[in-house]
Structure formats: structure tokens, C-alpha cells
Write a protein of this length. Structure first.
Length: 416
């Protein structure tokens, strides 16, 4: 019998990876209780923690200002509104991202147009971005997928040449940088999620940042009901609560140190699996001018090289005590919310020329579609995970690759 744990052997690790995130420090509890006891749970009505967090986060990013809101999805919507996206506009979005990146465009009344990712990477292909531009393109959404900044030199050059606004979805990229500039201010406006499992995590929340003062003010007005009854501006109440602001202000002081640990963890594991068959890092190499933060450590999976499907491989690694998960993204151009074109923006007269072009369906983004169909694997490398867990992960992956013959035999028997 094989010694693979999935087939009855002894696992590489018998203790679980540490949980992420953990809300357990006395300092975090103290600031949340202080916000509660202040009697001012709304930043717009005497609260002080949200304004303090906005100021600190803007300074940390290098932005002119920051605006908090109630979720990362809201932050993307607010960012789009702040650069003037609305009915009649198209926004180019990478096909590989969480679907809220696309639905936020619809919520703004515009039409998302999905563009392919670069082969061997998970970020927007600048060539595919340029090919998707029309006279209706208002903005491009750049997602720094899995905490690795996109190719901003090429993307900014295309956007500048065509007069297109750049909206950054930084939900995975708190503290990542490109040529020494942090994400969020590489384009015109940036949107961050501070939801439960993000690098800066407070349960629910979002932040919009910009280097342009007028964009910051438009964002601030939009999350505050348009800025008041005398402005004539339509907006929603999307404000974040004071207790979330208090927790964010305290937790953000740890992010830089935790990001260094993420990079160390990723380097440790990637060195360990560099020459193994069937798995390869995504991206294969990261240029020196990019500093990633590894919200996810991604491995492309090549089933033809190992002779077993991705689920069997990930199940076998998990049985060894390592939480290597199958990536769950699906190509956005194939999701019903877009492909069926029944949401209200698709029915607007202003958007009919875009709808008539047949934007969605199989084959529109072949690189991304193939990447997600074949599948990839992801591992969370957030602290307090460290070298010990990374060594265990490398050992588990090697063990399963060495034992693929027994797994293939089991698959063949099951197929009879």
C-alpha cells in the first residue's frame, strides 16, 4: 500500500495550519470597546476612529486622501463613480477576478467588457486591454490578482494614450508596490477590501484612495448620500462604522511586517517546488521592480504531466495536513449574471450599442478560460504561518507527486 495519507498512510503534518485571521489581542479589543463606549458609532456624527484611519491609510499608501465605506464591492463601485463611470460607458475588466469586479461596473450603470490575462500570469494582458478599447471605453479596472501587481508600465501607457481612467482593484494587494509606488495610487483611483480574510481584515469594509484631490472628494460625497441636500449629487449611504474603523486603525500597524513574512513564506515554498513536474508558480518569475504581498500563493497545475486530476491532487495534499485548495474563479465572460444580459444596465438605451456587440460567451478570453478550466492551486501563506509550515507544504507536495502512480491506479479502478 502507498504511504500517501489519502490511501491510509501517515500524513506529513498532524497539526493544522494556524488560522487566518485571528482577532485576539488585548489592544484590538481595547480600541473596539473604546469606540463602543464613546457613544459616537458613526464617523459622520462625532466619531473619530474612521477619520483617523482614513488619514493613516492615505499616508501609508501615499495618497492624497482615503474614504472608507462598508465593503470592498462598494469601494469598487465608489471608485467607478468617482471617475465618472455611468450609463453609456464601457469598463474593461480582466477575465480572472472575483465577480464583484464586474458586477460593480453594472451597479454603476455601465457595461463590463472582459479582457484576457497574460499567459503564465493571472493579471490583465496589456495587449488584450488595448484590443478591447472602443469609443465607449471610459475606464480599465486593473486587478492586482493574488497580491502581485499588474504590468503597470504597459497598462498606463495604453490608458494614457487613449485617455482612459485607471481604476485599481487592490483587494488582494494591500502594501504591494510597483517601482516603489504602492498599489492604489498607480492609477487614478484605487479600491481596497478590508473584509474578513483580506490582508487588512476587520470583518467587512472598504477603502477608496486617490492621488487626485477631486477624485477623493467625489468618492467622499458619494458614500455620504451625495454630499448633502444642496449638492444635486446622487449618492448612497455606504459609510463604514466606527468599530470597524477602530479595528482597522489598530490592525494596519501590523501589515508591513506581516507582508514581509508572506514574502519569506512564498520564497521558501517556491524554492522547494521549483523543479517539480506538474506544478509551476504563477507568475513564473516576478521582476525586481515588483514587490508582491502574496494574498494567495498560486501554482498552475498540469494534469497531463502527473496523470491525475486537480481535485485528486489537492485532496491528497490536504490529507497530508496542508490546506492546498483548488482555485474557484470561473471566467467572468461565462457567468450568467453577465452572459444572460438580464441585469438592468443591459436594458438601458444608452448601453444598447455595447450589448449588440456580443461581448460574452466561450472563446472571448482563451488564455484565462484555459487557465481556469485546467485549474490552479492556491495556498494561504498569511502569518503566523512560517517556515515550519512551508517546509511541511513542500514535503507534502513532493510526497504526493512521488506517489501519483498509486493515485492514478485508484482513479483507473474507480472508473471501471
Amino acid at each position: 500500500m502507498s504511504d500517501l495519507a489519502l490511501l491510509g498512510g501517515t500524513p506529513v503534518r498532524d497539526t493544522p495550519f494556524p488560522e487566518w485571521p485571528a482577532y485576539s489581542t488585548e489592544e484590538e479589543a481595547g480600541v473596539v470597546l473604546d469606540a463602543l463606549r464613546s457613544g459616537h458609532l458613526c464617523g459622520a456624527a462625532g466619531g473619530t476612529y474612521n477619520p483617523a484611519f482614513e488619514e493613516a491609510f492615505a499616508s501609508w499608501c501615499g495618497a492624497t486622501g482615503a474614504v472608507t465605506c462598508n465593503s470592498g464591492s462598494s469601494a469598487i463601485h465608489v471608485a467607478l463613480e468617482a471617475v465618472g463611470v455611468g450609463p453609456g460607458d464601457e469598463v474593461i475588466v480582466p477575465v480572472y477576478t472575483y465577480y464583484a469586479s464586474g458586477t460593480s461596473v453594472l451597479v454603476a450603470g455601465a457595461i463590463p467588457v472582459f479582457a484576457d490575462i497574460t499567459s503564465g500570469e493571472s493579471n490583465l494582458d496589456p495587449g488584450a486591454f488595448e484590443a478591447a478599447i472602443t469609443d465607449r471605453t471610459k475606464a480599465v479596472m486593473v486587478v492586482h490578482a493574488d497580491g502581485v501587481p499588474a504590468n503597470m508600465d504597459a497598462i498606463c501607457e495604453v490608458a494614457d494614450r487613449h485617455g482612459i481612467s485607471i481604476v485599481e482593484d487592490c483587494s488582494h494587494a494591500h502594501g504591494a508596490s510597483y517601482r516603489g509606488i504602492r498599489t492604489g495610487i498607480l492609477g487614478d483611483v484605487g479600491a481596497f477590501s478590508i473584509q474578513h480574510k483580506k490582508i487588512l481584515s476587520v470583518g467587512e469594509g472598504g477603502v477608496v484612495v486617490s492621488k487626485h484631490p477631486e477624485v477623493v472628494e467625489r468618492a467622499r460625497a458619494f458614500v455620504n448620500l451625495g454630499g448633502g441636500t444642496d449638492t444635486g449629487v446622487l449618492g448612497s449611504n455606504l459609510r463604514m462604522g466606527e468599530m470597524h474603523g477602530a479595528l482597522a486603525l489598530k490592525r494596519m500597524t501590523r501589515v508591513d511586517d506581516e507582508n514581509r513574512q508572506r514574502r519569506d513564506n512564498a520564497a521558501c515554498l517556491l524554492a522547494d517546488v521549483a523543479d517539480l513536474p506538474g506544478v509551476r508558480p504563477v507568475p513564473v518569475g516576478i521582476p525586481d521592480h515588483i514587490e508582491p504581498v502574496y494574498y494567495n500563493l498560486i501554482l498552475a497545475y498540469e494534469p497531463d504531466e502527473l496523470g491525475i486530476d486537480r481535485k485528486t491532487f489537492s485532496d491528497a495534499v490536504q490529507a497530508e495536513g496542508v490546506p492546498l485548495q483548488s482555485g474557484f474563479y470561473k471566467p467572468l465572460n461565462l457567468l450568467p449574471v453577465f452572459a444572460e444580459q438580464q441585469a438592468w444596465p443591459y436594458l438601458l438605451e444608452e448601453n444598447k450599442p455595447s450589448v449588440a456587440r456580443g461581448l460574452y460567451g466561450p472563446g472571448k478570453c482563451p488564455v484565462g478560460e484555459a487557465f481556469m478550466e485546467k485549474g490552479h492551486l492556491e495556498l494561504k501563506v498569511h502569518p503566523p504561518v512560517g517556515e515550519r509550515e512551508m517546509w511541511g507544504a513542500g514535503a507534502a507536495i513532493k510526497k504526493v507527486i512521488e506517489g501519483v502512480g498509486s493515485l492514478a491506479d485508484r482513479e483507473a479502478r474507480d472508473a471501471l
